[in-house]
Design a protein around this ligand. Sequence first.
Ligand code: HEM
Length: 394
Amino acid sequence: MRLSIAACLLAAAAVQRAVARPTPEAILEALARRQVEAEDGEEIDEMEPDIPELEEADEINNRMIGDLRQGATTPVGESIRNILLRTESAEGSNSRYTPPGGVNSAKCKADTCCVWHYVSIAMTAKFTGPTGRCNDWARAAIRLGFHDAGTWSSNLSANGQDFGGADGSIILSGTEINRKENNGLQNIAKQMTKWQKQFGVSMADLIQYGANHAVVTCPLGPRIRSFVGRKDSKAAAPENLLPSATASADSLISLFEDKTISGHELAALLGAHSTSKQRFFDPSRANAPQDGTPGVWDIRYYNQTLESVGVPKRVLRIPSDVVLAQHPSMSNEWTKFRMPNGVGQKHWNEDYAEAYTRLSLLGVNNINSLTECTKTLPRPRPDFKGALTLFIDG
Ligand code: HEM
């Protein structure tokens, strides 16, 4: 019986992923048609035959961010718009990059991505543990990326407070880092400050590049497409925009909706807890991970947040993860991420890469002028031999 359910789930997923993706224009047209129908008060017949692009569009978050709201005016702007609309992959190819010269050479300075090659070498050394897994520095870097970018609100921005977001202020303001919700991020903040001085790059970019670098440093992690050119800000972000571990699922979903992040995208982003450890939520259990393999970017977190049997004792489930996993707007996606034989892993990696691209560009109003430097990241390690070994972190 178990086998046949798994086989059905696998077949269903294969069908779903095999559906050809519509073009961005088709999606936007279909969404505009639906908008007009809704505004005209026209009832949408439940029995109406399926419209393929709308079926797909239901899964797509078409809310644009930053200057993309006025349109994609450059090839990089178009790529980012396509990533958000899911017509272009958010995962980079396996391309390699050879720097044109040493980090201080004129040739290197003439190529925007060159310095990131050298940043990447430093990050690989820092984020990799002795067994090839990702370590405490890496998990802190992933969380730092979220805590810098996540302090942006579409409501506040519409009311004249368009700041916060991925602007480096978590470090540059000098005050944000001391907020209670940022406990545990002080050491990685110091490390980022050293790297910023050493390499002379923007703090906002360094933080987001670091978050993506840490993910691909973890075995099985995706190589998320990475863009640079964000503007730094010293203005402390508005308060109360980061989530609480004891909030209700509905309030957390609204908090993320206000950041333009859908329930589907939140389900994917939470998978970052696959590599996390808590220290301050329950200090009596400091260093307790949120799944049995915090050094590997695997789907165990999605299983172990819900299961009660076979979960290692040291795993601490964060209450918000448990309530969100069961919420009707997330549970469907959560189940898909749990699919065996690499199906869930592939699906989650794709979805995380798209959702994190959105998160990493919140509050950025010059998206059209960014430069893509994905080629400087390490290549992913989907076949890491020790990925199945339990309890080894670093
Ligand atoms: C509902 C949303 C979320 C809540 C309530 C939440 C809550 C928490 C809590 C309570 C911790 C443990 C902190 C400690 O006690 O040391 C934590 C750790 C962490 N979170 Fe989240 N989180 C959320 C979303 C996210 C997202 C979207 C990301 C990244 C995309 C993320 C990445 C991490 C990472 C990597 C850690 C581990 C940090 C480390 O081990 O140093 N979290 N989170």
